[in-house]
Design a protein around this ligand. Structure first.
Ligand code: ADP
Length: 659
């Protein structure tokens, strides 16, 4: 090697080095004078050949960093190698960083001293760049891959989540579906069992999808006849009625419709029947809000409407009758103390239209003489247990009117479950005219009776004269006796009528005196004993009982009751009379064992002209005024008169007067 080296001339060697591709520079002093530099190295450094024999620091100060290393190599004699080392080199007048692999190899002489350093260098910038680019692109790729990976992972995660969600959604959907199905079944069941008629019509043809039993009953149709059919086909009976039109309207406008007590002709076993219904036509909307059907709900109210119409008709007729009869009607709300009535009543009471007044204001209109009596009667009717009946005659003197109006009020009180009065309603009849007629009649009866009495008195006197003169002829005596009895009866009758007319016109006056009741009863009994031999009258006169009363009128009452007892008893039946004191009153009783009185007649016996209407009565004469007069007389004495009787067994009449 050494030998080979020596065969080459130094110039030759330098030439080779000059053209060598390996960039080379040789430093020949410790101060790093450049001894040689080839073209390749000059190219790297960006310098010209004139730098030879100059110090490195002077011609290439940009390499100052490397100088200490070179000096170290020079002084130590140890080579230095480095790879991919950055160095700033001149390129076109500017400094550019490039990368190099380089070596500093010291050349050592025999004494071991350094006399040159060969510095070779390879520009690895491009390779490095390529490497870097590769690395970069690799890193990019890696990053991208990583990103893709991450994305993928995320996507997978999402997918998993989505899957889970999907699963959940599906199970929810399943649940919802089941619920939907259940709720649909439930809705159908509800519809089916609803007491109201219900049907569901679908589409513009109103196809009947559901129709429950109640609606089928109202329609008069069976399920088979209607389900799945268009409404107008299933129910042709509605032609000419407004239902089809209404259904179309609800379907097209989406507006619900309500009908109240609408009259409709419904199918009924082959014919039509009149019915009244309340109905609702409700549009059914889909999710988008469009109408796709109509729900129909029907309640049949035929019975109610007909009953109400009937009640209304009855009420109208009643009102008509009340109006035609000139009756006033009154309504008294006892809870709120409000009194009102129909127009007639309002006019009589001087009430404005729609006026309701309290009861005391209403009673103000009643004449002073009658007011207390009316208030008492109202209070009695409003007392539970009284039967609630109200029946009274009185006069009213409405404000602004001069004339008196006599009325008869008849009403009935109603009570709640707590026995408290709720109302007292009834009618009012104007009896002014009637009373005047009665007055005229009474006057007439009075006058006739009075006129009849005069001839009868003379007839009686003549009969008595004849009786005295005819003592020798027994037949004439008996006949005159009988004639006398008849005249007495007639006198009694005429007296009765006279008393009646006096009583009714209020002209009956009590002539009060103190007398012994025992004595009076005995007198009356004695009179009867003479005239009626067919019945025995039993009376025990004991201690006197003094009373203050009209002796003659009480005598009339006793006569009346005893004569009835005889009249309504068979021959031979006893009449028992008693007179005794009971709790500050004298009670007189007349007991017979005659035909008796039925319970339904007992109450009405003391009414004017009342006579029991039975076959036994046909043969017994009378006018039905005796008991009426007796009762009036006793009542005017503030006494009491009553009767106890068992039909077919006999009766006991009582009257009592306070002592
Ligand atoms: P009359 O003139 O009809 O007797 P009264 O007013 O005296 O009229 O009696 C009314 C009715 O009461 C009689 O028609 C009779 O039906 C009935 N009546 C009265 N007293 C008796 C009696 N003692 N027994 C049965 N019925 C009687």
């Amino acid at each position: 090697m050494h030998d080979n080296f020596l065969t080459l001339a130094p110039t030759q060697l330098l030439e080779i080095l000059t053209f060598s591709h390996e960039a080379t520079v040789i430093f020949i002093s410790s101060e790093l004078h450049i001894g040689f530099i080839n073209t390749s190295m000059l190219n790297i450094w960006g310098k010209k050949n004139d730098i030879v024999s100059h110090r490195l620091i002077d011609v290439a100060p940009e390499f100052e960093n490397f100088i200490p290393i070179l000096q170290e190599v020079w002084s130590t004699g140890k080579p230095f190698k480095a790879k991919d080392t950055p160095a700033n080199t001149m390129d076109g007048g500017v400094l550019v960083q490039k990368y190099f692999n380089f070596e500093y190899r010291p050349i050592i002489d025999k004494e071991g001293k350094t006399y040159a350093i060969i510095n070779t260098a390879t520009d690895v910038s491009d390779r490095r760049q390529a490497l870097l680019d590769k690395e970069l692109s690799e890193r990019h790729l890696n990053d991208e891959l990583l990103a893709i990976n991450e994305e993928q992972e995320a996507a997978i995660e999402e997918l998993r989540a989505t899957n889970e969600e999907l699963f959940e959604t599906r199970s929810n959907l399943n649940k919802a579906n089941t619920q939907l199905l259940e709720s649909e079944i439930r809705v159908r069941e509800i519809l089916e069992q609803a007491p109201l008629g219900m049907c569901m019509l679908v589409g513009p043809e109103h196809i009947i999808e559901i129709a429950n039993e109640s609606i089928l009953k109202i329609w008069g149709r069976s399920k088979n006849e209607v389900i799945g059919k268009a409404h107008h086909q299933a129910r042709p009976e509605l032609i000419g009625q407004p239902v089809y039109k209404w259904l179309d309207e609800v379907y097209t406008t989406g507006r619900a419709r309500k009908n109240h007590e609408f009259k409709v002709m419904l199918y009924n076993h082959g014919s039509l029947r009149e019915a009244y219904v309340n109905s609702i036509y409700q549009p059914i909307r889909n999710a988008e809000g469009g109408v796709n059907g109509v729900l129909v709900i029907i309640e049949e109210v035929t019975d109610d409407v007909k009953k109400r119409m009937e009640a209304q008709r009855t009420q109208d007729m009643l009102n008509l009758a009340i109006e035609a009869g000139g009756f006033g009607t009154f309504y008294y709300n006892a809870v709120h103390n409000r009194f009102t009535g129909n127009d007639i009543l309002k006019s009589w009471f001087g009430l404005e239209d729609g006026n309701e007044i309290s009861l005391n204001l209403a009673t103000d209109v009643i004449c002073d003489a009658d007011r207390e009596k009316v208030i008492n009667a109202i209070n009695t009717a409003l007392t539970y247990g009284s039967g609630g009946d109200y029946d009274i005659e009185y006069s009213i003197c409405a404000p602004g009117t001069e004339s008196l109006r006599m009325v008869r009020a008849k009403g009935k009180a109603i009570f709640d479950s707590d026995k408290k009065p709720i109302s007292l309603n009834g009618t009012l009849q104007d009896i002014t005219e009637l009373k005047q007629d009665e007055q005229r009649k009474n006057d007439f009866i009075g006058m006739v009776s009075h006129e009849l009495k005069t001839p009868l008195t003379s007839l009686k006197a003549y009969l008595q004269l004849l009786q005295i003169k005819a003592v020798k002829d027994p037949f004439t005596v008996v006949a005159l006796g009988k004639a006398n009895t008849q005249v007495k009866k007639m006198t009694a009758m005429i007296d009765g009528f006279l008393n009646l007319s006096r009583l009714e016109s209020g002209k009956i006056y009590l002539d009060l005196e103190r007398f012994d009741m025992m004595e009076l009863i005995e007198e009356v009994v004695n009179e009867f004993s003479v005239t009626s031999a067919s019945n025995q009258i039993l009376f025990n006169r004991v201690n006197p009982i003094s009373v203050h009363a009209d002796r003659s009128k009480i005598g009339q009452v006793a006569t009346n009751l005893i004569s009835n007892a005889i009249k309504y008893s068979g021959d031979g039946e006893n009449i028992e009379i008693s007179c005794l004191v009971k709790e500050n009153s004298v009670v007189v009783s007349i007991k017979d064992y005659g035909i008796g009185i039925k319970p339904e007649d007992l109450e009405r016996l003391f009414e004017r002209f009342y006579r029991v209407d039975t076959s036994d009565m046909k043969t017994i004469s009378g006018f039905g005024i005796g008991l009426y007069l007796s009762a009036e007389i006793i009542q005017r004495h503030n006494g009491k008169i009553w009767v106890e009787s068992i039909y077919g067994e006999g009766s006991t009449f009582y009257f009592s007067l306070s002592i």
